[in-house]
Design a binder for this molecule. Structure first.
Ligand code: ATP
Ligand code: MG
Length: 339
């Protein structure tokens, strides 16, 4: 494979302590300027992969190449090119938001005056102006995530790694966060690698997606390609009450793979809902049944995920690692608030 993309993983392997194979031969390439989603259930190997790509963890096998640089041989140069926002909160609660940003600037060798300027700009962009001079420990979960994003961007990275960046954020917080990431991407052509548990988020935000399970990639493609692999759309056709059975009228239509009748409704699996709708409506009218309603449903990424990993996103008994992380964030917040 030619290492020309912004992020290249070649047969990456990580075995912890000689026993736990967390990542088991993962390869992919992310072109410059794309948003790449890495999805997988708890323990699939997402954070381990991010750590190897971002020079935080040495692979047991294979190699990672960032912006043309082999990570294991150029760790410092790679770190200057990337921003990383980890799953675990990394903001220093005993510093203000502004101080967090200025300290981060300093670690990248950015001058004090430039550091002040960048901190000010990022604070405004992240809508943290009112809280900029408060200790970060007083921030809400959403404010903290925005601050962490700002910290990850202070050195203007070409490539951004986000490990479950919107974990625990409310829908408004998630929308705001993604709005900003998209704006940055549009303005700077930044490449984004994101792991997420929110499938709807991956669906709307990512150019391409890979699904990882037990350390191996089990599916990859654009959100639409992945949905297509499930065998297309489901069209529901509702006929006027008392109309005769239309199953055999709909079944022979182009692209139809299955028809299920439930009273006056027909659930039709087909390759393309858009193509089928006019055909089905016309065929039913010709056969003497008026159509009173039609809906088209494309399979969601939830179903794709289920199909390729064989389980729901949160099938485990009891709280998952993600739930625990959210709980810990709250507990930590509550404790810090009391101090
Ligand atoms: N430092 C470590 N030592 C030993 N095993 C580890 C270590 N870190 C992770 N693992 C194991 O490696 C596997 C992959 O973990 P990883 O954190 O990469 O998963 P993940 O996909 O990020 O999960 P989550 O969705 O819960 O964040 C898991 O089985 C985990 O228990
Ligand atoms: Mg993780």
């Amino acid at each position: 494979m030619q290492a020309s993309g912004a992020i290249v993983a070649e047969d990456l392997v990580k075995v912890y302590g000689g026993k736990v194979t967390a990542v088991d031969g993962v390869s992919f390439e992310v072109p410059h300027g794309q948003i790449f989603g890495f999805l997988g259930p708890n323990g699939a190997g997402k954070t381990t992969t991010v750590s190897m790509l971002s020079a935080g963890l040495r692979p047991t096998g294979g190699r990672a190449v960032i912006d043309g640089l082999e990570v294991s041989q150029n760790a410092e140069a790679v770190k200057r090119r990337i921003g990383v926002i980890f799953q675990e909160s990394t903001a220093d609660g005993d510093l203000t938001g502004r101080e967090n940003l200025e300290v981060a600037s300093g670690t990248y060798g950015i001058s004090r005056s430039e550091g002040h300027f960048r901190a000010k700009t990022l604070i405004e962009e992240m809508h943290l102006s009112d809280a900029a001079d408060r200790y970060a420990k007083t921030y809400s979960g959403g404010m903290r995530r925005r601050l962490e994003l700002a910290v990850g961007l202070v050195h203007r990275p070409k490539i951004l790694f986000l490990d479950e960046p919107t974990l625990g954020l409310d829908p408004q917080g998630r929308a705001g966060f993604w709005g900003f990431v998209q704006k940055l991407r549009a303005e700077t052509g930044m490449t984004v690698f994101v792991t997420t548990h929110y499938l709807d988020e991956a669906d709307t935000m990512c150019d391409r997606i890979a699904i990882i399970d037990h350390g191996k990639i089990v599916a990859r493609g654009t959100p639409n390609e992945l949905k297509d692999k499930l065998g297309g759309d489901v069209v529901t056709v509702k006929t006027a009450a008392g109309a005769s059975d239309m199953s055999e009228v709909i079944r022979p239509l182009a692209g139809v793979s299955a028809v299920q009748r439930q009273g006056d409704s027909y659930r039709v699996k087909c390759t393309s809902g858009e193509t089928l709708v006019p055909l089905a409506v016309e065929a039913c009218y010709r056969a003497g049944a008026g159509v009173t309603g039609v809906t088209v449903k494309r399979p969601s990424l939830d179903e794709v995920f289920l199909e390729f990993t064989g389980r729901e996103f949160r099938e485990e008994e009891g709280p998952t690692a993600t739930d625990k992380a959210v709980m810990m964030q709250r507990v930590r917040g509550a404790l810090q608030g009391r101090r």
